[in-house]
Ligand binder design. Structure first.
Ligand code: ZN
Ligand code: ZN
Length: 487
């Protein structure tokens, strides 16, 4: 996922039950209005040393190689989910942390059996598609119906009442490519809501053009959500070339009839785990710098960019700090969240489990945007007296080609439920130009990951985590929406 979507979710599209009061004293008051002491030279020297060490070879690529080779696809609730948790506990255990442990995360399993699609008429041929996560199937037998195309989700929403009775609704909107991935937020609403909107209009199934920027014949899966009061209809994504093909047929003006045979659905409850590794702070162990990523993936690729890369970047950054002769002043906590893909379930479980102790979290930062280089840094609203230290951190990141962009960014996806309870966040923005070529497809594999780019990421996370842990900086706590005051 990415931060644009994060902000959308924060804006209220995703409402979390049982939000706790974020009634902590604001950071400015906590710091008594006095300037935060600047970071001492010695701390900045260690940051430079960590940066050089990471760039010389951080070991992150080896972690991605290990997870994708030894576990592979690890969709939440599959047998590989359990193997991924065991892998993480063992792998993290070898990196010199003071403590490695796991916390339970429960959710109902979604199962993918098979999905087949073909054009019956007027030009019979197969189509490549993938069911969307949490979709229902076609009920044990193929479904045959005519397709109606809509250019956008808004057009589908505007369709006359009952106009789709017995038909398949198809949204052909194409995602646009941007460095910051901002095309995703605009396109992905159709994946989340399209099936519900189509069902309200009487449709028997929902198809969409994959939320992806590639021209490969690989469909992009991802989560869909049914509104509470709608009939649940099958939902699937066509690869970009297959979407072109279907649109070309429809443009000829004759009815196009499809057969869909989709065997997927919900199963029993499952217990997975958030896997956590910690370096205990030498002076303020109860003040936590949280580095997040997610351990689960979709089932199609091996989840190299989404999100073995994030696991590797965060755990190797912390491992470099764990190998220093001295502990940081504050605690550094790495969390590999369970089941991000099907609704931020690990992030919600963490927010619930740590409800009263969210105030101990100084800041959270997440790596969940692939394996590209980091180009920007920002945090949630800092009080003015913390500005000097944040500028020092920005200066320590600058040699990595990272610009300070205050006022930009947002929390990573797993951090949203925690930010909504008041955890401040930081943003280390990765170049996502090609992220959505591979995201959630069979093509999300190790060959897309460049070791030197991962090393640059590890350098940035290590520098940031170390300097925040050495500092006295307290950021403003976001409100219930997760947004910082003054933004
Ligand atoms: Zn994902
Ligand atoms: Zn992800």
């Amino acid at each position: 996922m990415n931060w644009t979507l994060g902000r959308m979710l924060l804006a209220g599209a995703l409402l979390l039950p049982g939000l706790a009061e974020a009634g902590e004293a604001q950071a400015g008051e906590a710091q008594g209005g006095e300037a935060v002491a600047p970071l001492p030279e010695a701390a900045l020297d260690v940051a430079a040393q960590l940066r050089a060490q990471a760039l010389a070879g951080s070991g992150a690529w080896e972690v991605v190689e290990s997870l994708t080779t030894e576990v592979g696809p690890r969709m939440a609730g599959t047998e590989a989910d359990a193997r991924a948790v065991a892998w993480a506990v063992e792998k993290f255990g070898g990196f010199g942390f003071d403590r490695v442990y796991s916390e339970p995360v429960r959710f109902p399993v979604w199962r993918r059996g098979h999905e087949r699609a073909e054009v019956l008429s007027p030009f019979p041929q197969p189509l490549h598609l993938a069911a969307l996560g949490r979709s229902v199937g076609t009920g044990g037998q193929p479904l045959e119906a005519e397709v109606v195309e809509f250019a956008t989700l808004a057009d589908l929403e505007a369709a006359p009442e009952g106009s789709l009775l017995g038909r398949i609704a198809y949204v052909s909107h194409r995602m646009e490519r941007f460095r910051d991935g901002s095309g995703y937020g605009a396109a992905v609403a159709a994946r989340g809501k399209g099936a519900s909107v189509a069902a309200r209009h009487g449709a028997v199934a929902f198809l969409l053009r994959s939320i992806g920027t590639d021209s490969d014949r690989f469909p992009h899966t991802g989560m869909t959500r049914y509104e509470d009061d709608v009939r649940q209809i099958p939902a699937a994504a066509l690869s970009n070339p297959d979407a072109d093909l279907l649109s070309n047929m429809l443009r000829r003006g004759e009815p196009v009839k499809l057969r869909l045979d989709i065997d997927v659905g919900m199963g029993a409850e499952y217990e997975s785990a958030n896997v956590i590794a910690e370096i205990r702070g030498r002076e303020r162990p109860d003040e936590i710098i949280l580095l997040g990523s997610h351990l689960d993936s979709w089932d199609l690729g091996t989840g190299a960019i989404d999100n073995a890369a994030g696991v590797a970047i965060t755990v190797r950054a912390a491992a470099l700090i764990a190998a220093l002769p001295q502990r940081p002043r504050r605690t550094i906590r790495v969390v590999a969240f369970a089941n991000e893909e099907q609704g931020l379930i690990g992030g919600r479980a963490y927010a619930d489990a740590h409800g009263e102790r969210i105030a101990e979290h100084v800041v959270g930062v997440e790596s969940d945007f692939g394996a590209g280089r980091i180009y920007a840094f920002a945090t949630s609203e800092p009080p003015p007296q913390a500005q000097r230290v944040l500028e020092q951190i920005a200066q320590a990141l600058a040699p990595l080609g990272i610009d300070y962009m205050p006022g930009k960014g947002g929390p990573g996806p797993d951090l949203i439920p925690i930010a909504q309870r008041g955890m401040p966040w930081a943003w280390l923005a990765q170049d996502g130009t090609d992220y959505f070529d591979y995201h959630h497809t069979h093509n999300d594999t190790l060959d897309k990951v460049e070791a030197a780019a991962l090393d640059q990421n590890v350098a940035a996370y290590a520098v940031f985590a170390w300097l925040m842990a050495e500092s006295d900086v307290v950021l403003h706590r976001p409100d219930k929406s997760g947004e910082s005051p003054g933004r």
